[in-house]
Design a protein around this ligand. Sequence first.
Ligand code: ZN
Length: 287
Amino acid sequence: MHKNKTSEPQIIYKEPYVKLYLHQENKTIKLLLEEYIIGTAAAEMPASFEMEALKAQAVCARTYAFRKLLEDKKYPGGASLSDDINSCQAYISQEEFYRRHPGYKHLYKKVREAVEQTQGEIMIYHNEPIDALYHSTCGGRTESAVNVWGTDVPYLRSVKCCYCKESHHYESVQVFSVQDFTNSLGVNNNCRPQVQISENTPNGRVKKININNRELSGEKLRHVLGLPSTWCVFNINESRVEIKSRGYGHGLGLCQYGANGMALEGKSYHQILKHYYKDIEFSQLKY
Ligand SMILES: [Zn+2]
């Protein structure tokens, strides 16, 4: 059980139950916040990861959820949280985890332990819960919020990550026929595509790109083509478009495979989180 240090700021939160909207079933359930965190950590990170990585994930999930609760965003059924990853975090119930991973009950138990060992712990910056974004694999360097949103978030700044090389998403190649490529983007397909990256972030991710005179944001490009990330370079010939990508996800905050790499090197979950979120502190929710 995590012991709170008396020097840590404390946030009193008297309602340990949350309402979660299950978007595929279109129903809302009520469960304890810590039970929700177990289901989220189990859904968002491979349970085979190292214990310290799972603990880092649990603190991220709890911080992200607590910030949502404070925002009091309402999903259907009066829920404050949703299992739709497009607007919140994924969630898997214990029953569903057992059904999908028969013979791996011990891994769910491991996730539960990671959550219990960090019970109530969140990350704060200037006494506010941080926007604890995380992603699968950064590809060697995380991204700064200012380069994605145009707004600086002091704790979401680019950091070097030499810990996620084991991820199969570290580097990958996507190949499209010229026709599929131009059709997907809705651009003129009479000739070899003219692709010009108009703006990169200082870390190498595509910010703006011009394809056959149509300008797109890097995020739009990623979404339309289903690319793993916006960190990509193009190789084009008459018949095909080859896109080499680095990493998987938006690149902001914790790199999950990097967290596992750090854990394998013996780093604690506090060290992991302090690497990916700059100048944060830890705080304890009091139930
Ligand atoms: Zn990484």
